[in-house]
Design a protein around this ligand. Structure first.
Ligand code: UD1
Ligand code: CA
Length: 432
């Protein structure tokens, strides 16, 4: 189903009290805009057009070419924002679906349902939901099965205000029809804005058939303030935890585990309490994440054990059956198959071969104050406790580094290194 998604993201979000654009606020480790792009992509969008405005540099920098952008310099309303995509879609005859950048929970299935209804004969389709509390939403005014108009809360009369059927913020229509209807929208409303929602009444007057697809009210959770952002986080996490458990992950205390939008967790993974997943984490089958770990941008292989109290930073890779223990920090480093870094270590910019053992308190000194350097350890290397490896160094297979060594030069395979001060004992001076 190749459709064009038009994502409206020009607003500042005045109730956020922030200098950053609303769609750049983080939900589950990713800006709001990423959630909307993700949902559009999952639904099969062929084009992604983001309408940017306030803070456009920040949004465009973040998007980094993942979507086309158009600039709406003045925020004259959702209809005006949508019209800004017209030129980009001049030759596009397929369906356009308009999505709001501050609505992260409009799921792919709902977008697909709107497109299906369109394909089955509706000229345009709106998604609605039955709101427990309709305050703030546009109301759907029905004429039998056909939608007659959407009236924004500020423009509602008392009868309309009592309507609980509300506008989610998804419009699906053939792109040419969408822009044709938008061309007729005025700004005669309480806000003096060009409303996207006004195309419904125009379509109705033209005798077009505007269908409605219903969705779960939870999908309407938008983010208009920081309080709503926190509520959105809570509901994202609740759903992600349930999904993880249903997919075969054990969560000992689900309410204390925090996932990111793109977290991948395989089957039979055991996650103990208080684990935070930042962006970009993949965990393979049978891994065990012990309590109090912070993980981001890392890969945890099959049957490995991480934590308790481990910090894995971007580029950390724990090999199958590997072990990363308490108070260990790993950044941009590969821990080979079955290798162990069990206690109080920092491993940065390194590769550690299979079955190697890194003793307690070992530090990879990867930074000389100006540049970062990389070290490589072969297989079955043993690094004694409290050693410092001053990168760049290469340590061959089966080498043994004695406790407390400061290693500044390469070590050939199989060698023993002792690089520490020799013990010297002075006799106590005789009393008297
Ligand atoms: C909108 C709908 C309302 C619906 C509700 C669902 C309209 C007129 N109203 O109201 O019917 O029930 O969403 O949450 O569409 N934007 C722009 N440029 C603009 C104005 C807005 O890009 O000129 C963007 C905003 O950044 C935001 C989105 O469009 O991401 C929605 O705008 P917002 O002002 O939040 O609309 P609501 O008042 O929530
Ligand atoms: Ca909104």
């Amino acid at each position: 189903m190749g459709f064009a998604a038009i994502i409206l993201a020009a607003g500042k979000g005045s109730r956020m009290n922030s200098s950053r654009p609303k769609v750049m606020h983080q939900l589950a480790g990713a800006p709001l805009i990423d959630h909307v792009l993700h949902n559009a992509e999952e639904a099969g969008a062929e084009r992604l057009i983001v309408v940017v405005g306030y803070g456009s540099e920040e949004v465009e920098h973040h998007l980094d070419g993942r979507a086309e952008t158009v600039m709406q310099a003045t925020q004259n309303g959702t209809g005006d924002a949508t019209l800004h995509a017209k030129e980009k879609l001049a030759d596009f005859q397929g369906d356009a679906v308009v999505l709001y950048g501050d609505g992260p929970f409009v799921y792919p299935e709902t977008i697909a349902a709107a497109l299906e209804k369109r394909a089955s004969g509706a000229d345009l389709v709106i998604v609605g939901f039955d709101a427990p509390d309709p305050t703030g939403y546009g109301r759907l005014i029905m004429d039998g099965d056909t939608l007659e108009a959407i009236v924004e809360e500020k423009d509602c009369n008392d009868d309309q205000k009592a309507v609980t059927l509300c506008n989610l913020g998804v419009v699906s229509a053939p792109a040419p029809l969408l822009f044709e209807l938008l061309a007729e929208v005025g700004n005669n409303n309480a806000n003096g804005e060009i409303y996207l929602t006004d195309i419904v009444a125009i379509a109705w007057r033209k005798g077009l058939n505007c269908g409605v697809v219903l969705c779960d009210p939870s999908e309407a959770a938008g983010v208009n303030s920081r309080v709503q952002l926190a509520e959105a986080e809570a509901s994202f996490q609740a759903r992600a935890r349930t999904e993880a458990m249903e997919n075969g992950t054990t969560l000992v205390a689900p309410e204390t585990v925090f996932f990111a939008l793109d977290t991948y967790v395989g089957a039979d993974v055991l996650i103990e309490p208080n684990v935070v997943f930042g962006p970009g984490v993949t965990v393979e089958n049978g891994a065990h994440i012990k309590a109090f770990c912070h993980l981001e941008g890392c890969h945890i292989s099959e049957a490995s054990v991480v934590g308790p109290f481990a910090r894995l930073r971007p580029g950390a890779e724990v090999g199958a059956f590997g072990k990363v223990g308490n108070f260990v920090e790993i950044k941009n480093a590969v821990i080979g198959k079955g290798a162990k870094v069990n206690h109080l270590s920092y491993v940065g910019d390194a590769e550690i071969g299979a079955e190697s053992n890194i003793g307690a308190g070992v530090i990879f000194c990867n930074y000389d104050g100006v540049f970062k350097h990389h070290s490589t350890l072969g297989e079955r290397v043993f690094v004694g406790s409290n050693s410092a490896l001053v990168s760049p160094v290469y340590i061959g297979d089966d080498a043994l580094i004695g406790t407390g060594s400061v290693v500044t030069k390469d070590v050939p395979a199989g060698d023993l290194v002792l690089a520490r001060g020799n013990k010297s004992t002075k006799k106590a001076a005789a009393n008297g």
